[in-house]
Design a protein around this ligand. Structure first.
Ligand SMILES: [Zn+2]
Length: 275
């Protein structure tokens, strides 16, 4: 699941390759992936990108004539590939761009339900598309994080993943950050004292920077994550088996020793049914 570290690594890797050559051909695009039809995607042909920007988990590729912006959101299962000229391309990509000289940018999505999206927009419409996003999670700092936490009382795990509150963190990095900060995923945002807010702000920066450094070196999930998706494996701090709990529609991983004072978190959906 690509989040801020993964998308920022992509942004850095793609900035040069996608702006060297003009676009020779835009498409094909899966009908569920391409979210816009006006202007048609074919109008990209002959134009050149002026680099790659990132907003939260989205990539924005503006054309250097200032007229169009291609927005890419990979969601959970979308993946990007940059192929050199002559490299074998996937058979049925969700979206593809071919550059003059033969290199390609390809989006694949190995899921029955296509959720990744590509939008071709005017610069104004692209701004509107990302206007709901909160400030970037990387470099947020304790003061601004404190304001976000105090706005309303919310559990930390869903709050960190709320792109309107702060942008870039999803399920995996929310698990990693809360473990690093030694805070319970169920803790209420308004219950944190100043020291805990400082710790959480530091953990956000440390973990996202650690993830970015690893992803830039091509590290896979197993090496990158210390707690996410590692049920039963020992916590790297105290050796306690990592636990998991289902919360709403997804799973939270945590260390009972580091994060919840030894308490095992109850499945919220189950306890709601039994009440
Ligand atoms: Zn631990």
């Amino acid at each position: 699941m690509p989040e801020l570290p993964e998308m920022e690594a992509w942004r850095r890797a793609l900035a040069d390759p996608v702006s060297v050559f003009p676009i020779a051909k835009a498409g094909p695009a899966h009908i569920a992936t391409l979210k816009t039809f006006d202007p048609p995607i074919a109008t990209l042909a002959g134009r050149r990108f002026g680099g790659v920007e990132r907003r939260g988990k989205r990539l924005l590729l503006p054309t250097d004539d200032g007229e169009l912006v291609l927005v890419i959101h990979l969601m959970t299962s979308g993946r990007l590939k940059h192929l050199k000229a002559g490299e074998k391309a996937p058979k049925a990509p969700a979206f593809a761009l071919e550059f003059e000289g033969g290199s390609k940018l390809v989006l694949t999505e190995n899921a029955r339900r296509k959720r990744a999206g590509v939008w071709l927009l005017s610069p104004e419409a692209a701004e509107a598309e990302v206007a709901h996003l909160g400030p970037d999670a990387l470099g947020l700092g304790a003061e601004r994080l404190g304001e976000i936490l105090r706005r309303e009382s919310r559990r930390l795990h869903p709050l960190l993943r709320d792109q309107r509150a702060l942008a870039g963190i999803g399920r995996a990095w929310s698990n990693e950050i809360l473990h690093q900060a030694k805070l319970s995923p169920y803790a209420l945002s308004t219950d944190l004292d100043d020291a805990e807010v400082e710790r959480l702000a530091a953990a956000i920066d440390e973990e996202l920077a650690r993830g970015l450094a690893l992803r830039e070196r091509g590290a896979g999930d197993e090496r990158t994550y210390r707690i996410h998706d590692k049920l039963g494996q020992p916590c790297d701090i105290d050796g306690t088996p990592i636990a998991r709990v289902d919360f709403e529609e997804h799973t939270i991983y945590y260390c009972p020793t580091c994060q919840t004072g030894g308490r095992v978190l109850k499945d919220r959906r189950l306890s709601r049914l039994l009440r």
